[in-house]
Design a protein around this ligand. Structure first.
Ligand code: PFF
Length: 438
């Protein structure tokens, strides 16, 4: 149970509620959504199982786990690079994750002050633009969020936070369901429009970029390709059924993302907003609902509190690998290791904050710093590390031991092997090439 909470706590976060809808909106909707669903179950689920399996074997941090398991299988210790790139990925992701976590935190107070009462899309857009333009404001909330993450990691009390998920997660789920129902009731035909935007295939939006974005998001959303799930695997008992536990986590993760999409897009269409608005999408849509429903102020406060908690359980899992690595490789203790890594991540986050305003025009390859960090991690590092993990498990490890560990019949295992050895590596390589040539 504790394990499930930690794994689900890491998986469910801003990725589901903030990133999924905004990417779906930018990538034209259903093609992205459907590819994401396929990627979650066909690629994400087996990689999640594989990361846990390797982590349970290695019992260490991702880098040493990869090294030890590789050596035990008679392979090169260079497989540690899968772990190294993973830790680097988590470090880079946290820098922008903390900025968005800060937005969620600030919106608790904005909602509480009744800022959104009676507002339409124009109003929430204005508030959000003013918010983005205020560097000090963004900096303060990024700092608060990063500080909270660091304190929890430094004091080693993440278990306590994860336990609070027992209340927060169902709360978040219920509120999302409530928002979907609200959207269905008040937005009339816009709900149908949103539904078909998300689920009726529009093949014209099928581009390499959309498919790569969907693959990358499946990794991001399940916290894969960063060694994080590998690290969690070391807490798994031998008797835990990896496949069914992974299935539960994937289903939960997908449900939260889809609910979020169904709550947001009806508001987008009913209020004449742009689906492709980008990173601010939930911050301009949901406040319209909170501003116009009965009890909206209190529900808005609760929603953003739950969202902030969901973001925190993910951000602590993002900080943990870097801190552990510093603890092991340097004479630093836990507290100083946390301080050092948090300060560096925070500083990178400051650059990310500025990319929303003063450094908007500072670009590389046509992308500002926030986009670049996101692109580089989700679309390159995570798929590559995932690919490394699955090739390692499929081709480098003793298959009979894996079969017994997964408790699969020989026939089912043949299917599993085909998936891990052939289907997933080819799919990931193909999507990477297709995505980058686009
Ligand atoms: N999976 C988290 C989310 O969807 O918000 C984000 C995340 C956490 C990504 C941990 C990566 C990670 F290692």
């Amino acid at each position: 149970m504790g394990f499930m909470l930690a794994a689900a706590g890491s998986a469910v976060g801003l990725g589901n509620i903030w990133k999924f809808p905004y990417m779906a909106g930018q990538m034209g909707g259903s093609v992205f959504v459907l590819t994401y669903l396929v990627c979650m179950f066909v690629i994400g689920l087996p990689i999640l199982v594989t990361e846990w399996l390797i982590g349970r074997r290695g019992q260490k941090n991702p880098i040493h786990t990869m090294e030890d398991v590789a050596k035990a299988e008679g392979r090169s210790a260079n497989w540690r690079w899968v772990g190294i790139i993973g830790v680097l990925g988590s470090f880079l992701i946290l820098s922008f994750y903390s900025v968005i976590g800060g937005w969620a935190t600030d919106y608790i107070f904005l909602a509480g002050k009744g800022t959104f009462l009676g507002m339409n899309g124009e109003g929430t857009n204005r508030i959000f633009s003013e918010f983005l333009g205020s560097v000090n404001h963004l900096l303060i909330w990024h700092t608060v969020f990063m500080f909270a993450t660091a304190v929890i990691v430094a004091m080693g009390v993440s278990g306590g936070l994860e336990r609070s998920c027992k209340i927060m997660m169902p709360g978040l789920g219920l509120l999302l369901i409530g928002l979907v129902v609200y959207a269905a009731v008040v937005s009339g035909p816009a709900f149908g429009q949103a539904f078909s935007f998300l689920f009726t295939p529009n093949w014209s939006a099928l581009t390499g970029e959309a498919v790569l974005a969907a693959l990358g998001h499946a990794f991001f959303s399940l916290s894969l390709g960063m060694g994080i799930m590998m690290a969690y695997g070391s807490y798994l008992g031998k008797d835990v059924n990896l496949i069914s536990t992974a299935r539960t986590v994937v289903i939960l993760d997908v449900i939260v993302a889809i609910l979020s999409g169904l709550a947001i897009f009806p508001l987008v269409f009913a209020n004449g907003l742009q689906p492709g608005k980008g990173a601010g999408l939930i911050f301009v849509t949901l406040p319209i609902a909170f501003g116009n429903m009965t009890g909206g102020t209190i529900l808005g406060v609760l929603f953003f509190i739950f969202l902030t908690f969901a973001a925190l359980t993910s951000s602590i899992s993002l900080l943990e690998p870097t801190v552990e690595l510093l603890e092991e490789k340097t004479p630093l203790g836990r507290k100083s290791a946390t301080l050092l890594s948090s300060v560096v991540i925070w500083a990178l986050g400051v650059a990310c904050v500025l990319s929303f305003n003063e450094w908007q025009n500072v670009t590389l390859f046509g992308k500002n710093i926030f986009d670049l960090l996101d692109y580089f991690t989700s679309k390159l590092m995570l798929p590559l590390t995932g690919l490394g993990t699955i090739i390692f498990a499929g081709w480098m490890m003793n298959q009979e031991t894996i079969r017994r560990e997964l408790n699969l019949s020989p026939a089912l295992f043949a299917g599993w092997k085909f998936l891990c050895r052939i289907v997933i590596p080819i799919a990931v390589i193909f999507i990477l090439i297709y995505g980058f040539m686009d």
